[in-house]
Design a protein around this ligand. Structure first.
Ligand code: AMP
Length: 486
């Protein structure tokens, strides 16, 4: 087996690796480090958890150990899709370059430009950045990229999902043609293939096996769930999630709960919290200090459930997650591979459980085709107990049941969307304020529209002129009284 000492890394880097407790390189490291040290371009097809960060950080540090940076002209550049991933790469740099005098700057949103400018002005060896922030600095004239000798693109497929490919192409164009490129992606979508064909020069291709096809240590399962009534799907699904968590008991030491949409990340986190589970959300719309606090808590074990969107969780290195719960079936099959790869890391056992509603069955088939196995169906832990929408604490149960009924009797027409939301609001009041006010708006719109019509004001069909919140007295009078009066 290859040892780190067999690779031509700088002795000071080897020392730092030994101090970090690593002896043998992982397959992506063993495959990527030698060509990278030879100055070749590398195309690494690997996902997080495989040790891919060190596979580019270690050779970069070795190459940068010679020479010095000039003001505003970084010598190397690492592009990451998210702030968290960039921060993680920066941590790796600190760990492995601790015996060398290298400087770095982290250019991510949520950090003041001033602080970052000061570092760049002094000259940095390594610039670790998200694409948008890097271009912001460039456009402000604070950065010169013509001295970049090594450029890394990390998690290119995620960059593609996030719409960063035009930025990446632009950044490639700003760096010298002679630069060395180390390019990493978990999958090779056609667009990624195109970019690598355009910007990499005779790259050494290093591919490591997908975790999902080899990860026998991850026990998988899916609950096929059908709501009892359409407007109860969301609440019932959250109940199923709680049932699944409860069924795991103490075996579930910590977990990431994945949702497809940011709005659900918030609602599910609030809901779990409300039911006494230690949960917090993470997604791109939360401010940086909150994201950092949540992640630190999860890493340190003070937070048990991290509710996340794919983008926010991608690339996060949380070594020991006992469970992954897929609240939704991901719509891209590859995301399933990424999600479940958060558990069962470094050979540990892990469990990944998913909830599948009927409309997601096609996505489930796509996933099963990709991972080349059938995901075992598991019983819905709450199916046998109750068919009620939710069975929360008594004080909310009463209100929760009351509201949808009222809205149903008031609105004879189908206004399902407006009815659906209040159930959510009941379960997770704080987050749902927004949706509630949205609904209220929607409800008002519906009402004024019908009033407008009855008063003959909707002839054009473009703009419905209603009576606003004011209800004139005559509307309250009954026809009987009027005719009696007349
Ligand atoms: P990454 O794929 O870069 O997110 O790394 C996943 C995890 O593997 C991190 O916790 C690293 O610290 C760890 N790691 C990196 N290289 C090695 C290695 N050679 N042996 C064991 N663990 C490693």
């Amino acid at each position: 087996m290859t040892k780190f000492s067999d690779l031509s890394l700088n002795p000071k880097v080897l020392k730092a690796i030994a101090e970090a407790g690593y002896e043998s390189p992982t397959p992506i490291q063993a495959g990527a480090i030698p060509p990278a040290l030879d100055g070749k371009d590398v195309l690494g097809i690997a996902q997080t958890g495989t040790g891919k960060t060190a596979s580019f950080v270690l050779p970069m540090i070795t190459l940068l150990a010679r020479g010095r940076a000039r003001a505003r002209m970084p010598r190397s550049l690492v592009l990451c899709p998210t702030r968290e991933l960039a921060a993680q790469v920066a941590e790796n740099f600190d760990t492995y370059s601790k015996h060398l005098k290298l400087t770095k700057a982290l250019l991510i949103g949520g950090v003041s430009f001033k602080e970052q400018d000061t570092l760049i002005d002094k000259g940095v060896d390594v610039l670790i950045a998200t694409p948008g922030r890097l271009l912001d600095h460039f456009e402000r004239g604070k950065l010169i990229l013509s001295d970049v000798k090594v450029m890394v693109v990390d998690e290119a497929d995620r960059m593609l999902d996030m719409g960063f490919i035009p930025d990446i192409e632009r950044i490639f164009g700003l760096t010298p043609f002679t630069r060395q490129t180390l390019f990493f992606s978990a999958t090779m979508a056609p667009e990624i293939e195109r970019i690598t064909n355009t910007f990499l020069s005779a790259p050494e291709r290093v591919e490591v096996a997908r975790q999902a096809t080899t990860g026998e240590n991850i026990q998988q399962g899916v609950v096929m769930f059908k709501d009892s009534r359409r407007d109860r799907e969301a609440t019932e699904k959250r109940k199923v999630l709680r049932g699944l968590i409860d069924a795991e008991g103490d075996k579930c030491t910590n977990a990431i709960v994945f949702c497809n949409r940011k709005v659900d990340v918030d609602i599910v986190a609030k809901s779990l919290k409300k039911y006494g589970y230690d949960a917090a959300p993470i997604h791109g719309d939360l401010d940086q200090s909150q994201r950092t606090k949540t992640l630190d808590g999860f890493r340190e074990g003070t937070l048990r459930f991290l509710v996340a969107s794919d983008v926010a969780a991608r690339g996060l290195d949380v070594p020991s997650v006992s469970h992954v719960f897929n609240f939704d079936v991901p719509s891209h099959a590859e995301d399933y591979v990424h999600r479940i790869g958060r558990t069962g890391r470094a050979g540990r056992d892990g469990k990944a459980i998913m909830i599948c509603v009927p409309r997601d069955e096609k996505n489930l088939s796509d996933i099963e085709r990709l991972v080349q196995r059938e995901i075992p169906r598991i019983e819905n832990p709450v199916a046998a107990k109750s068919t009620k929408a939710d069975d929360p604490k008594p004080e909310t149960a009463e209100k929760g049941d009351e509201k949808p009924k009222r809205s149903r009797s008031r609105s004879r027409k189908s206004d399902d969307v407006a009815k659906e939301q209040p159930a959510d609001v009941q379960e997770a009041p704080a987050v749902s304020q927004e949706s509630k006010s949205e609904d209220t708006k929607r409800g008002n719109r519906g009402r004024s529209s019908s009033r407008g019509r009855s008063s003959g004001g909707d002839r054009g069909g473009n703009k419905v002129v209603g009576l606003g919140d004011h209800t004139p007295e005559f509307i309250g009078l009954s026809f009987k009284e009027r005719s009696a009066a007349g």
